[in-house]
Design a protein around this ligand. Structure first.
Ligand SMILES: C[S@@+](CC[C@H](N)C(=O)[O-])C[C@H]1O[C@@H](n2cnc3c(N)ncnc32)[C@H](O)[C@@H]1O
Length: 270
């Protein structure tokens, strides 16, 4: 287990050493912004609809946050207190260069023991947990350190994923199995860990392939029509979202002792 986690750290550090260009995280190009940010915006929208979104007053922890893509987007959405965590110190250094206002922490998402229970209002992951040897453990750590909600954006179990999706990702000497979630699994992992029947689990499913859609519109559509074309592609796929390849899962944590709970007093998680 340690070897695979070390390999992930090394692969990310080496990516930085090789001069990988993380500029797309800060670009204002509307097409890139739309393609990169739409899933996290969908997660935030779920919180907003339930009255659980308050960027000015909520702290956020991004897990497996790399060079800060999600952190930078969240700051642009008005969050003042954003911490990006990752396993790779070199990647976090890039993150601080891209946005010096972001806080960073070097953390293994599977073992964030140095963070107390409920230390952040929101805890977010995007395209990260499937790099872990134990994605469900990483997710329960996120539940543990969250006070208000968790947003999980990861591949969804799907026919398309099974037929043509990547099963094993390889980067340098690091290999990871692409773990795909579904609504039932998300709910079971959440409730069995929290022991709260009043946690709300919202497993939204949608289509997302930002690289392919970006390539398609850049190749086939002239400049100013690219953003509308990308939006049109996803609008056309919307009726088929229940077959989608991506999970935008939101868990809203409720007070276990709130009226209406069928459970006895909750245990302390940890
Ligand atoms: C595909 S990148 C995604 C980064 C970022 N979320 C994004 O979309 O730009 C996956 C990230 O997970 C990090 N990672 C892999 N295993 C990890 C672990 N056990 N704990 C924390 N971060 C990890 C890697 O260092 C890498 O930065």
């Amino acid at each position: 287990m340690k070897t695979s986690i070390e390999a992930q750290r090394k692969a990310s550090d080496e990516l930085v050493g090789d001069g990988y260009d993380f500029g797309y995280h800060v670009t204002a190009d509307p097409l890139v912004r739309y393609l990169r940010d739409r899933r996290l915006k969908a997660g935030l929208e779920q919180l907003r609809r339930r009255g659980a979104l308050d960027p000015a007053n909520q702290s956020v922890l991004v897990v497996c946050g790399g060079a800060g893509g999600e952190g930078i987007m969240l700051r642009r959405e008005g969050f003042a207190d954003v911490t990006v965590s990752d396993l790779s110190p070199a990647t976090l250094e890039v993150c601080r260069e891209l946005d010096p206002e972001l806080k960073t922490r070097c953390l293994n998402a599977e073992a964030m023991a140095e963070l107390a229970d409920g230390s952040f209002d929101l805890v977010v992951v995007q395209d990260g947990l499937h790099h872990l040897p134990r994605p469900a453990l990483g997710f329960t750590e996120m539940l543990r350190v969250a006070r208000t909600a968790v947003i999980l954006i990861e591949p969804h179990e799907s026919l398309v994923g099974r037929l043509i999706g990547t099963e094993w990702e390889v980067q340098g000497t690091a290999v990871n199995y692409v773990f795909r979630w579904n609504g039932s699994f998300l709910k079971q992992v959440t409730l069995s860990y929290l022991l709260r029947d009043r946690a709300t689990v919202l497993p939204r499913r949608l289509w997302d392939h930002n690289l392919a859609v970006g390539k398609l519109v850049r190749r086939c559509v002239p400049g100013r029509w690219r953003l509308p074309a990308a939006k049109a592609v996803y609008a056309a796929l919307t009726p088929f979202n229940r077959l989608g390849n991506m999970m935008v899962g939101v868990v809203l944590l409720h007070d276990p002792s709130a009226a209406g709970s069928k459970l006895p007093a909750a245990r302390t998680t940890g």
